[in-house]
Design a protein around this ligand. Structure first.
Ligand code: ASP
Ligand code: MG
Length: 450
């Protein structure tokens, strides 16, 4: 078997935890071909972001304080893992880089990615020392991206080919390889990063290239739950879900994976298993093509602190392009839309944005739609929650909506907007913020998810 294992920041928290992860790697490597992908140690990427900003702003005190903290954290772990000689040169390079940025007084997306890359370079050396393995950067492993620094996209065909060429010969049972998550390089060899949380993406890319049997994502939770256990005490661990369901849940911030990271696995049909380093004997949640048959719904999720915005006015009726103008205006301001709904009367289009993006959305709409007369008014309802019921078994099953809204009504919760995509994998609706938890509990009970 070929297994790609990815360890998140908490799993790489300190020397003790890294040693535990290395033991998990070595255990599998006795019989299988294993690639370990690592995130930066917990909190390190955030510190590097601050460091880059402090250096660029000429804030010497903060720069030195952060470099000191980073050095202390990694050297402390390195001493315990006998990796000092691997880690110190990297820390020296980081320090030189920070001084360079301070001297220029400017931070480009490109130099920022360079700074961020040190988190994973350092953690990979620590893991490699603990596992007795060789450490490669994403670039050395063969991942090539475009030049969209901060959120680079792999040139997938080339990447899959190169990764296979590089890693295949290095992998024999008993020998494993450690690869930095999150970082890669352009075709010219300039360091890039794949966006926050990008190590999962690295893992699925490597898994796809090696045609792995499974990709294991190790974190600090047992897997994916049927609901947030803080809201629903009866929530249970899901043993298997489909890629479609996982992607839908990821949109709602469930402790799933970023939908983009699931793509290579879904496309190449490589099962992904979410596992817990604090509970390594648990089987976790398996995300695969088929999921688990026999269920209508699998999970109920919610997003709170959102705002429901309705753009309305008779001028919009029967006029093509209104929706395009609204969403263009929002896109231009980088506003992310969580849900959309429009009734056939066309007198209004409603959509939901995160509360933190409301003012930006409102400004964009006022400027681009009210002033031009394209819409008459903008109504905003703050502090709403979006609740979503997810499950591929809902597809083609009549009566799901009736049960869903019946359950919500029995709990005296008022529904303000509804959306269902034609994939029928999820139904989302908007309720008042204070009703969110009650609606989640109602659906969890109705669909017997516990
Ligand atoms: N270290 C990066 C981050 O914190 C990537 C990752 O952890 O997946 O975003
Ligand atoms: Mg992280």
């Amino acid at each position: 078997m070929t297994i790609v294992m990815k360890f998140g920041g908490t799993s790489m928290g300190d020397a003790e935890r890294i040693r535990g992860c290395a033991a998990l790697v070595r255990e599998q490597a006795r019989e299988h071909r294993v690639v370990a992908v690592v995130s930066a140690m917990a909190g390190v990427t955030d510190m590097l972001i601050e460091l880059a900003a402090a250096a660029a702003a000429g804030n010497r005190a903060a720069q030195h304080m952060l470099l000191g903290k980073l050095r202390e954290k990694h050297e402390h772990a390195a001493r315990a893992l006998s990796a000092a000689d691997r880690v110190s040169p990297l820390l020296d390079r980081l320090e030189t880089l920070a001084s360079g940025i301070a001297a220029v007084g400017e931070l480009t997306p490109r130099s920022r990615d360079h700074v961020l890359s040190f988190g994973e370079r350092l953690s990979a050396e620590l893991m490699a020392a603990a596992a007795g393995a060789r450490a490669l950067t994403g670039q050395e492993a063969g991942i090539v991206t475009d030049e969209n620094f901060g959120e680079a996209e792999p040139l997938m065909d080339l990447t899959l080919y190169q990764v296979k060429e590089t890693l295949d010969p290095l992998l024999t049972p008993g020998r494993c390889v450690v690869v930095t998550g999150f970082i890669a390089a352009t075709q010219h060899g300039v360091t890039t990063t794949l966006g926050r949380g990008g190590s999962d993406y690295t893992a699925t890319i490597l898994g796809a290239a090696l045609k792995a049997d499974e990709i294991w994502i190790w974190s600090d939770v047992d897997g994916i739950m049927s609901a947030n256990p803080k809201v629903v005490p009866q929530a249970r661990l899901l043993s298997a879900i489909s890629f479609g369901e996982a992607i839908e849940m990821g949109q709602f911030g469930a402790k799933s994976m970023h939908p983009r990271a699931l793509e290579p696995a879904a496309e190449h049909r490589i099962p992904v298993r979410m596992r817990n380093t604090f509970n390594p004997s648990g089987a976790g949640t398996l995300i695969s093509e088929s999921g688990e048959a026999g269920h209508v719904a699998r999970a109920v999720l919610s997003v709170s602190k959102a705002a429901l915005v309705t753009v309305a006015g008779a001028a919009m009726i029967g006029r093509p392009g209104t929706a395009a103008r609204i969403f263009r205006a929002l896109a231009d301001e980088n506003v992310n839309i969580l849900m959309i709904s429009q009734s056939v009367s066309e007198a209004g289009i409603s959509f939901v944005v995160a509360g933190s993006q409301l003012e930006r959305a409102r400004g964009a709409l006022q400027k681009q739609l009210l002033r031009t007369g394209d819409a008459r008014h903008i109504d905003v309802l703050e502090n709403v929650a979006v609740v979503a019921l997810v499950g591929s078994g809902m597809r083609g099953t009549p009566g799901v909506a009736a049960r869903l809204f019946g359950a919500v009504a029995r709990r005296s919760v008022n529904v303000m907007a509804i959306a269902q995509g034609s994939s029928e994998i999820s139904v989302s609706f908007v309720v008042r913020g204070e009703d969110g938890a009650e609606a989640v509990r109602g659906l969890h009970e109705e669909f017997e998810l516990g």
